[in-house]
Design a protein around this ligand. Structure first.
Ligand SMILES: NC(=O)c1ccc[n+]([C@@H]2O[C@H](COP(=O)([O-])OP(=O)(O)OC[C@H]3O[C@@H](n4cnc5c(N)ncnc54)[C@H](O)[C@@H]3O)[C@@H](O)[C@H]2O)c1
Length: 250
């Protein structure tokens, strides 16, 4: 029986690379993207199915989960990957752009979890990987709103790790540095000119695949050019004075 994977933002960049990687390993892929033409192109290439939808709509991932179950009879892996940079200039705060970014980068992930968990449980468990970012762990001064949304989904993954593992579902995230995809097309030349190495979408796809099978619930994989993906460890916070609670880094 083939593994069935659902990938949001599967029409381009990291999501498309994940679809190619998983399908070359025998998985059947269901792609969700607001870019219908791109999703159709990648789905044809990997022999999968696709759906045009906006992940900030709570029904979108629910319909995609239903498509996976109708087409392939199951669901095993869910890659919540669709995301945008905010472009919000803090000196000239564009509220509409802010709402849109939160809708895709945060709501889209929450709605994806909400849609996927019942289906994964129906089929005996599985795994969810969120594409966060290095900006989910450290500040990215170039886009504070993007930084906020990626910290938010890292927090969601950390909080869900144990409750979901008790349901037989692993959840984790990848936290890549700058990756050569259309998302960074506007600033690509600056990186190249400065000799700053970029990840490829394929580098990140390999990390996503290993995150699906990470043993520790809530694993956050840092992905940087030239390095093996490495789990991020928080420094931990001290317990209260006089209490028995040990320091926690979870
Ligand atoms: N490229 C980078 O440097 C980088 C670094 C770290 C994290 N990321 C994250 O990786 C993820 C994928 O980005 P990418 O670099 O592959 O960019 P990309 O622009 O190549 O791909 C993103 C895909 O998401 C889709 N998408 C956007 N909004 C959507 C919506 N509302 N509903 C459905 N689909 C939507 C786009 O159509 C596109 O196909 C994003 O979450 C991004 O934040 C990217």
């Amino acid at each position: 029986m083939s593994t069935v994977a659902l990938i949001t933002g599967g029409a381009s960049g990291i999501g498309a690379a994940v679809a190619r990687r998983l399908s070359s390993g025998g998985a059947r892929c269901v792609l969700v993207d607001r870019d219908a033409a791109g999703a159709e192109r990648v789905a044809k290439e990997v022999g999968g199915v696709w759906m045009a939808a906006d992940v900030s709509d709570p029904d979108a991932t629910r319909k995609a989960v239903a498509l996976a179950e109708e087409t392939y009879g199951r669901l095993d892996l869910v890659h919540l990957n669709a995301g945008i940079s905010s472009g919000v200039d803090v000196a000239d705060f564009d509220l509409e752009r802010y709402r849109k970014t939160v809708g895709i980068n945060v709501d889209g992930v929450v709605f994806g979890v909400e849609a996927a968990v019942p289906a994964l449980r129906r089929h005996g468990g599985g795994a969810i990987v969120v594409t966060a970012s290095l900006a989910g762990l450290v500040a990215f001064d170039g886009d504070p709103i993007y930084t906020m949304t990626k910290h938010a989904v890292v927090g969601l993954v950390r909080g869900l790790a144990v409750p979901l593992s008790e349901m037989g579902i692993r959840i984790g995230a990848v936290c890549p540095g700058f990756t050569d995809t259309p998302l960074v097309a506007d600033i690509r030349d600056m990186f190249v000119g400065a000799g700053f190495p970029l990840l490829t979408a394929e580098d990140v796809a390999a990390a996503v695949e290993s995150a699906f099978y990470a043993e520790e619930p809530g694993t956050l994989l840092v992905v940087q050019p030239g390095r093996q993906p490495v789990p991020y460890r928080y420094a931990g916070v001290p317990g209260p004075v006089g209490g028995e609670t040990p320091p926690s880094s979870r």
